[in-house]
Design a protein. Structure first.
Length: 202
């Protein structure tokens, strides 16, 4: 019969710490991250860190391993030295900093991309605005200049309809542009409109 004073080894029994470690390892292995978004790394890290919180992944090296598994070849190449020889402390924090630096446009690059952005094309006006908003600060998006840059990328028929609208709320402007574009498309697809179009060509 065992002595009542005999101590039970750590990890033995139903409430041992070994089971807690196993649960933590299992939770960490269940983390599923989306592929790295090179065009929007800041948003990608926001999604990633939400996953880490949900799965209770707190170890910096574990976080780094998950990030490394989600990187495409070109992104991994930009942080090869760090991946091959990670620091004992702050491995994830350093990896995040390097990836953000490598894949975030400078202010000049953002403005250059904004001013050279193509016209609406096959996109909806709201989709065009979403791409443009990634390139400016929140306060810059509220200026008439930004609204004019948005309008200049719309077809002439849409610009005419929106010319008198408030230019300080570009999001509302884009929603109205969406509705106007849908109405123009609907009208252009009517049989009578197509017949009128054919007559105009003669």
């Amino acid at each position: 019969m065992a002595n009542e004073d005999e101590q039970v080894p750590d990890g033995a029994g139903g409430g041992g710490g070994g089971h807690n470690n196993e649960r933590e390892d299992s939770t960490s292995s269940n983390v599923k991250l989306p592929p790295f978004w090179a065009n929007n790394p800041k948003a990608w890290f926001a999604v990633v860190e939400t996953q880490f919180r949900l799965k209770r992944v707190t170890d910096e090296l574990d976080k780094m391993s998950h990030i490394a598994a989600a990187l495409p070849e070109d992104a991994a190449a930009s942080v090869t030295t760090l991946l091959e020889d990670p620091p004992e402390q702050g491995a994830y924090t350093e990896l995040k900093a390097q990836l953000l630096h490598a894949h975030t446009l400078t202010p000049y690059q953002k403005y250059d991309k904004l001013f050279s952005m193509e016209a609406l094309g096959g996109r909806r006006p709201v989709q065009l605005l979403t791409e443009m908003l990634k390139l400016v600060r929140p306060d810059e998006a509220k200026t008439p200049l930004f609204a004019m840059l948005f309008l200049r990328r719309l077809p002439q028929a849409l610009r005419v309809q929106l010319a008198e609208d408030d230019l300080t709320d570009v999001r509302a402007l884009a929603v109205r542009a969406d509705k106007a574009a849908a109405a123009l498309t609907k009208n252009s697809n009517r049989p009578d409109a197509r017949r009128e179009g054919k007559k105009c060509r003669y």
